[in-house]
Design a binder for this molecule. Structure first.
Ligand code: PMP
Length: 401
């Protein structure tokens, strides 16, 4: 059977697939730029972007071309052999980091964090420090670092010896990190926790604290990296922050599954042959897509566009003055509309009804993570539609309590 409506797709899903986030009510069949179409023929502007993955939007010719050329030439080799795309992407990433180092390629964010976890163990220390509310993936090591008990509890005992401290709290970090701490892992902006931005100086303090104890500073840039926050990597907006390890995934492949850990300084020598590996890591097609993404971001000036669209959305949304909107937080095109109450699920549904896909990572936060190619008009259309969406989410159009 071929699904031909959203409903039919949902029935097939229920019959055969696991309900990771519940059965999807909408089946997407086609996309172009920031626009997507569902199985019922409805069109949406996509502010979810495959959970912050589709940096260049849907069906970008640069990605289509790179993938098509690569799969027609050499689809997969494993790390037993070198190939041009994996080398070129590794070299390119180091160039963008602006520091010598070494890159380990894998296939997802969780795998990148898992590799960082193992590199941490190679220091000879076992203790790790992560943050409350932080999200680092669902594999067992990454889940141990994740600071969300609801996701962790069904799977205890979790590996490692992980202490969680309040995010953004420098004093708590200083108290938790000792000379027995292998690594500290921090997101420059907490994405899954509702787009939480730490106080200015937090990353710099984390660098100073970890340096003083010989602890690896791991910045999890799976969500914030490769342009999402208006810089190649979000930490580059912060002076004096030079992490030992950076994890990447999501936007790097522009829709193809790829993850990476970049290691710098002495940390770059910890992983030795035989320590770690994965069959698909560094896959030439995924790496060719990654190169196309990075080339296009540079060639089309997309970092500036991310900043401009982010500011346009932020000021436009705050400018609505709608009583359901408290404020907007985030960086670049990773934005959280903080609501005055737990209305995010209703806003998500009302936005969908109005032709906009958004996401609700917390009861009172609506997250926007659209493609970097989002146009001024598309951003403007969302801002103009938002008051109506919020009124609809609020039931009868009345606002407030
Ligand atoms: N780290 C961060 C910061 C993330 O946002 C995510 C995914 N939301 C992950 C790790 C895990 O990535 P993946 O889902 O690709 O395993």
């Amino acid at each position: 059977m071929t699904g031909s409506s959203n409903q039919e797709y949902a029935a097939r899903w229920r019959a055969s697939l696991t309900d990771n986030y519940g059965t999807p009510a909408v089946a997407l069949v086609r996309g172009a730029g920031a626009q997507v179409w569902d199985a019922d023929g409805r069109q949406y502007t996509d502010f979810v972007g495959g959970i912050a993955v589709n940096a260049l939007g849907h069906a970008h010719p640069a990605v289509v071309g790179a993938v098509t050329r690569q799969i027609s030439t050499l689809g997969h080799v494993s790390n037993l052999y070198a190939s041009e795309p994996v080398l070129a992407l590794g070299e390119r990433l180091l160039q963008l980091f602006g520091r010598p180092g070494r890159i380990f390629f894998c296939n997802s964010g969780a795998e990148a964090v898992e590799a960082a976890f193992k590199i941490g163990r190679l220091t000879g220390r076992t203790r790790m420090v992560a943050t409350d509310g932080g999200f680092h993936g669902r594999t067992m090591g990454a889940l141990a670092l994740t600071g969300q008990p609801k996701k962790q509890d069904p799977f205890r005992p979790l590996p490692g010896d992980v202490t969680h401290v309040p995010y953004g709290d420098t004093a708590a970090l200083r108290a938790a990190v000792t000379e027995e701490t292998a690594l500290v892992v921090i997101e420059p902006v907490q994405g899954e926790n509702g787009v939480v931005v730490p106080p200015a100086g937090y990353l710099k303090a984390a660098r100073e604290i970890t340096r003083a104890t010989g602890t690896l500073l791991v910045l999890d840039e799976v969500q914030t990296g490769t342009g999402r926050c208006g810089h190649w990597f979000a930490h580059q907006a912060h002076e004096g922050v030079d992490p030992d390890l950076v994890t990447l995934a999501k936007g790097l492949g522009g829709g193809l599954p790829i993850g990476a850990v970049a290691a710098f300084g002495p940390a770059a020598d910890l992983l030795q042959p035989g320590h770690h590996g994965t069959t698909f890591g560094g896959n030439p097609v995924a790496c060719a897509a990654g190169l196309a993404v990075l080339d296009t971001i540079a060639a089309d000036g997309l970092l500036d566009r991310v900043k401009a669209r982010g500011e346009q959305l932020r000021s436009g949304i705050e400018g609505t003055g709608h009583p359901l909107v408290s404020h907007v937080r985030g960086e670049g095109l990773l934005l959280g509309i903080v609501l005055t109450g737990p209305y995010a699920p209703q806003v998500q549904q009302a936005a969908q009804d109005a032709g906009f896909l958004v996401n609700a990572p917390a009861p009172d936060v609506v997250r926007l993570m659209p493609p970097y190619v989002l146009t001024e008009d598309e951003a403007d259309a969302f801002v103009r539609a938002l008051p109506g969406i919020l009124d609809a989410a609020n039931g009868d159009g009345r606002t407030g309590e």
